[in-house]
Design a binder for this molecule. Structure first.
Ligand code: B3K
Ligand code: ZN
Length: 863
């Protein structure tokens, strides 16, 4: 273990910056290995008189610094690894600095770097300080003017705001000047320079302003940006209708880059996207890709108001923009694709990522109070649980007051860098309610458990429901308070008919009992409808009640949930040594009936097919034995495949598409159901089914079906899988985004001995750890998507992951840190495995020169 412990940043230490940067003029002379950046800052003191000026700056070669034109002598400033301190400065002055940087050597992909021969930037959270000396903190807002000069082979020169001037220079160079009229924090700065193709369109805002829309992509790729552009226009319109938010510049640009640490970035007027979340064509992108593109394009666009116009005072307030913006993109997707289907997908993702995070050593509140590296806090808790808190506000206050509260927030804080307290105050003021208790949701980590017990008095026609809550301790928080939990409850009768409509019961203490009169029949309780709060619910319902819900609950979320609950109990019963064969048949029967229910749509039926994931199942047991879970889950899957074989084959045949590909929700839903059938049939791999799966793959007319077939074949294994993988590689070797899928599908191979083949893929000529998409496809595909192999008893999976983390940490700490999580939960595993996971964490921790990013996560995991 290293001994030089870096100091955490604490929320309680927040101090305003003692100066204002009124304007920022940047001049870039772009050269791949030696870019010059001149910054001219108009600065005015707003704090105490004697305070020196500190500007962040890392890996910058200082060429010169001058105040009001006077070059600073070496005794007037000091420079260290974190920045530049100028000891004495006037109250109002102009600071000019010139630095040199080397974008071509930047493999961390933060700041200014080169991807595919083009310059691009990523500044959130703290990348701007590697571009120039500046107060790189979100509460320092400034108006930017940016002049870019470069060789003309970098044909497009882009930055935030509006283009004010451009032209040619001598020596084959050219320039462009951009001005962004909106004050912004440095993390929203962006610059792109390179040869790009552009797809253009226009949008007229609700007040009649014309906005030019431009999506920039690799030469030749413009047709693949059409879906993103269409999504953008729908998102712009939707935000006007749903939230009254209008776009504010004359131009909105998106640029796609291949090397990007995460999904996309909301830079003012110039979003930068990972190309995987922007480019789509039926033959190269799956329906899931289309769906993600639609939601991420919307997400980044929505940030223009929730994040850019109103930003965060400090990084502890990250959920202020992220949780709220995720809620907004989820609401948009629900309107585009159907509310229940979207909710089920969102809750699956929440459970898979956030509940797992909350159950381990990396648990933290939605608003944390300290960190070593803020990069490590772009987590499912901040994003997904953050969005759940916004959803609960809407449930608790009602749609109308919710909207009024947000209108107040936009009016009151436009142009500011603010806090979660100020945000919640808008809800209190608009509703006239005390929101003090609700704030606990932001400060308390952990997933609450809510238990429900009921008593029905037939003679009195009265139902009593008792709810109780508890939250297990999390690191650093041993005592938990009760939270205000909205539990939406409706009643069914045993025939599945509605007995009482949904009602929100607020559990606002450790427990609460409600009595409902006039309940004329024995009720089946449908609780936590729509997943009204991010909690684990345990109830006194019997399996018979769940079957009624599975068949008929009017709340489609709970209909799906009932199926998952039944399946989870069957699988975990088998792992616990109490298999229930009759129950398994009964479950398969019920699933079969749900699949032929004409009243429900294919997209919803497709969600009924997959059993709870191994990750989901592992959250319900202690200690976790991944091999046992895998075997029991496979057993149930095979059983369903056998039991429903005829039906699955019939559906698979009936759903075969014939016409043109359309990415819309209806067509995607049909493909999802057909691919789900294919996946299940692969669990019963007799010749008829294998032929069908091979046929599915070979006749695929789009990437959704090709991947559905390929993944089912990998599940079956043997020669058909090998042939399909080879054919797929041969066909798509020149398409990086498709090749990522080829790596990912193999990483998820659960077959006997797959681990050796997966590890060997790092030596494949197409593997490139420097590209985050490729790295994640293989390494995360394996460590998070293939529990059975990752937890191989030899410990080889853990060793492999640790090797990758250490290798990547040498050049891209942020991405390396994102790989740590699967080892973090070591305490929850059976000792033979947990001990091996811990050994690897210790090995990483002991590595000389480890980044702060990885150090923080492995230390927390080992603590
Ligand atoms: N705000 C960016 C995420 C930046 C991550 C920095 N480590 C994308 C988004 O959430 O919209
Ligand atoms: Zn975001």
């Amino acid at each position: 273990m290293r001994t030089d412990t870096p100091q955490p940043v604490r929320l309680s230490d927040y101090r305003p910056f003692p100066f204002q940067i009124e304007t920022t003029a940047l001049a870039f002379q772009l050269e791949p290995a030696a870019t010059r950046v001149r910054a001219t800052l108009a600065i005015r003191r707003s704090g105490a008189a004697a305070e020196p000026l500190f500007l962040h700056g890392e890996r910058l070669k200082l060429i010169s610094a001058a105040i009001d034109g006077e070059v600073l002598g070496a005794n007037q400033y000091s420079l260290d690894g974190e920045g530049l301190t100028i000891h004495q400065v006037p109250d109002a002055f102009t600071l000019t600095t010139e630095v040199e940087i080397d974008p071509s050597a930047n493999k961390a992909l933060m700041g200014l770097y080169i991807s595919g021969g083009r310059f691009c930037t990523q500044c959130e959270a703290e990348g701007f300080r590697t571009i120039t000396f500046f107060p790189d903190r979100p509460d320092v807002l400034s108006r930017y003017t940016v002049r870019i000069e470069a060789d003309q082979r970098f044909a497009h020169l882009l930055s935030n705001g509006n283009l004010v001037e451009s032209g040619e220079l001598d020596d084959g160079r050219h320039f462009a000047v951009w001005n962004d009229p909106f004050p912004k924090p440095a993390y929203l700065f962006a610059l792109v320079a390179g040869e790009l193709d552009v797809l253009e369109d226009r949008f007229t805002t609700m007040s009649g302003r014309e906005v030019a829309l431009k999506v920039f992509v690799d030469p030749g790729q413009a047709p693949r940006a059409a879906y993103a552009l269409d999504s953008l226009k729908r998102a712009m319109k939707w935000d006007e209708e749903a939230f009254g938010r209008e776009y504010d510049l004359d131009l909105f640009m998106i640029v796609a880059v291949r090397d990007f640490n995460f999904g996309a970035m909301e830079n003012k007027g110039l979003n930068i996207f990972n190309s995987s979340l922007l480019l789509a064509a039926p033959e190269t992108a799956t329906d899931q890709d289309y769906e993600r593109i639609e939601s991420v394009v919307a997400h980044e666009y929505f940030h223009n108001w929730t994040g850019n116009r109103i930003t965060c005072r400090d990084w502890f307030q990250l959920c202020l923009k992220e949780g709220l913006t995720v809620f907004r993109d989820q609401s948009f997707s629900a309107d585009m694709r159907g509310e229940a289907v979207q909710r089920i997908k969102d809750v699956k993702a929440l459970r898979a990522r956030q509940f797992a995070e909350d159950a381990g050593p990396l648990a933290h509140p939605v608003r944390p109070s300290s960190y070593l590296k803020i990069d490590n806090f772009y987590t499912a808790t901040i994003y997904e649980k953050g969005a759940e808190l916004i959803r609960m506000l809407k449930t608790l206050l009602g749609a109308e007051i919710f909207r009024q509260s947000l209108d107040l927030y936009f009016a009151r804080h436009d142009g500011e860098a603010t806090t979660v307290e100020a945000f919640i105050a808008c809800f209190a003021d608009a509703s006239g309610r005390d929101m003090g208790d609700f704030f606990t949701w932001y400060e308390q980590a952990g997933t609450p458990t809510v238990s429900l017990a009921h008593a029905y008095d037939e003679a009195a026609q009265a139902l009593e429901i008792t709810l109780a809550q508890s939250t297990a301790p999390t690191p650093g928080q041993s005592n938990k308070q009760a939270l205000p939990i909205p539990v939406t409850i409706g009643l069914l009768d045993v025939e599945g008919q509605a007995l009482r409509d949904s009602e929100v019961v607020l559990l606002d203490g450790p427990s609460k009992t409600v009595r409902w009169d006039g309940v004329a029949k024995t009720p089946v309780i449908s609780a936590l409808r729509g997943f009204s709060a991010p909690v684990n619910l345990s109830t006194d319902a019997r399996p018979a009640d769940r079957y009624i819900q599975f068949a008929a609950d009017a709340d489609l979320f709970n209909r799906w949930e009932a199926g998952q609950t039944l399946a989870r109990a069957l699988i975990l019963g088998r792992t616990a040594g109490v298999p229930d064969e009759v129950g398994e048949e009964r479950y398969a029967d019920a699933l079969g009936r749900a699949l032929v229910d004409d009243a429900s749509d294919p997209a919803f039926k497709a969600l009924l097919l997959p059993l709870p994931s191994e990750g989901d199942l592992s959250l319900a047991v202690d200690p976790v034995d991944p091999a046992a879970i895998h075997a029991a889950r496979d057993h149930l899957k095979a059983r369903i495949a056998v039991h429903l074989g005829d039906l699955l084959r019939r559906l698979h045949g009936d759903l075969q598409g014939d016409g043109e590909f359309s990415p819309d929700a209806r067509a995607a839903g049909r493909r999802a159901l057909r691919n789900g059938c294919c996946d299940l049939l692969a669990a019963d791999p007799h010749a008829v089914n294998v032929d069908r799966v091979v046929g599915h793959f070979q006749s695929a007319a789009n990437m959704t079906d090709a991947m559905g077939g390929l993944s089912a074949l990998v599940q079956i294994g043997g020669p058909p899988a090998e042939e399909a993988l080879a054919a797929f590689h041969a066909r798509w070797r020149e398409e990086p985004l498709v090749l990522d899928k080829w790596f990912a599908v193999q990483a998820r191979d659960p077959g006997e001995g797959a681990i050796g083949r997966i590890l060997a893929l790092t030596a494949h000529p197409d593997f490139d750890a420097g590209n985050p998409n490729r790295l994640r496809a293989l390494v995360q595909g394996f460590s998070s998507g293939n529990p059975a192999q990752f937890h191989d008893e030899s410990g080889a999976g853990y060793r492999f992951l640790a090797d990758q983390i250490l290798a990547v940490d040498g050049f891209n700490p942020m991405t390396a840190a994102r790989l740590v999580e699967p080892l973090g939960g070591w305490r929850r595993y059976i000792p033979a495995l947990g001990e091996r996971m811990r050994e690897q964490l210790q090995r990483i921790a002991g590595h000389a020169g480890l980044s702060k990013n990885v150090l923080e996560l492995v230390s927390r995991a080992l603590d």
